[in-house]
Ligand binder design. Structure first.
Ligand code: SF4
Length: 355
């Protein structure tokens, strides 16, 4: 126990590869419980009890890329493709805002059909709705495009790197390069975006050591939002016969991310709720997470945006969804934040009425 406490303290004070690997691998139940409980304490201390909601709008499932793990990759001819018009995107965002969401995430495959002017139009219209943040998740772009979107009002950009192992990255993402991915992340940070990245846990060929490197990568890059979900094989991809990523390993990564990065935005990912429908979100929130990302894409499109199969679908109105989440959060002593939920905000200690 003394050795474990020493390791946990060292993980917090001087994050290092050896301790990260240790907690990713340990088979001791009491060590795991201590890790989760420490992550929950750090979460409370640094980001408080608020849960930030992000309304996801999946506006196009066209993609020019061929990532082997992704159900909407360009080679999958079984997908019915769609694009949502810019007016409809704004209207979906307006409905989300009316329901109480203060962040929308505009997500798509890499679809060059939308012009810079389309993005600027959409971003400006949404920003006019009120106090609302916009996260873009539309893949790799030129620096100039990132700059125009930011100037128009986009606040955040989500670009997962999936693995920092360059050989694995090349194998899983033909025609793409980890180098360019990292270059894009650096550009986004330099421009001023709150920048998100993330990985999949359990990718075929991934090692525990490479996951430890991913965690150190988030830290070194000072990534603001870190999304980590289990790999779920899609039947229409070359990885269809690979096993599902470990739920428990995903919680360990989440907890370690919280301990080493302290105040980042960590979602309880939809993929976790997909493999553990009843407990996935709750357990993630109790092990370091402080963000939930409900999908508000109209159902007729949502069912066609299948990066992985059986994605958890909530088929209720946005308002009912928020009410339901409020009840779930309340049961574990948490509440919905009514701000856009930036990484750096008011001191949670003061915000919770402690002074
Ligand atoms: S993971 Fe993203 S970039 Fe890769 S094929 Fe899927 S949508 Fe396209």
């Amino acid at each position: 126990m003394i050795e474990m406490n020493h390791r946990l303290r060292r993980l917090y004070n001087e994050p290092n590869r050896e301790d990260i690997i240790y907690f990713l691998e340990t088979s001791q139940k009491d060590e795991l419980n201590a890790l989760y409980s420490f992550a929950d304490q750090i979460r409370k201390q640094y980001v408080g009890d608020a849960v930030h909601l992000r309304a996801i709008i999946e506006f196009s499932n066209y993609c020019r890329c061929g990532c082997l793990y992704c159900g909407i990759n360009r080679a999958n001819t079984r997908v019915q493709r769609y694009r949502i018009s810019r007016e409809e995107i704004v209207s979906i965002a307006a409905d989300a805002y009316k329901s109480g969401y203060r962040t929308v995430v505009l997500q798509s495959g890499e679809d060059p059909t939308y012009s810079i002017d389309d993005y600027i139009y959409i971003i400006r219209k949404i920003k006019k709705l009120g106090d609302i943040a916009i996260t873009l998740a539309c893949g790799e772009k030129e620096e100039e495009e990132y700059f125009y979107f930011y100037s128009a009002g986009a606040d955040r950009y989500l670009l997962k790197h999936e693995t920092s192992d360059p050989i694995l990255y090349d194998r899983l993402n033909p025609g793409m390069s980890l180098e360019n991915r990292i270059k894009c992340l650096k550009t986004l940070k330099r421009i001023g975006y709150q920048t998100g990245s993330g990985i999949m846990i359990g990718l075929p060929g991934q090692t525990i050591e490479s996951i430890a490197d991913d965690i150190l990568f988030f830290l070194e890059m000072d990534i603001d939002m870190i999304g980590c979900g289990p790999f779920i094989p899609h039947p229409d991809t070359p990885l269809k016969d690979s096993p599902v990523g470990s739920e428990e390993l995903t919680y360990r990564v989440l907890a370690i991310n919280r301990i080493v990065t302290r105040n980042t935005l960590l979602p309880a990912t939809t993929a976790l709720s997909t493999i553990n429908e009843h407990e996935g979100r709750k357990l993630a929130l109790m092990r370091g997470a402080n963000v939930v990302m409900p999908n508000v894409t109209p159902l007729k499109y949502r069912q066609l945006y299948e990066i992985y199969p059986n994605k958890k679908r909530i088929e209720v109105s946005s308002t009912d969804m928020i009410r339901d989440l409020e009840t779930q959060f309340h049961q574990i002593g948490r509440y919905i934040s009514h701000s856009p939920g930036d990484r750096y905000q008011e001191d949670p200690y003061i915000a919770n009425g402690h002074c």
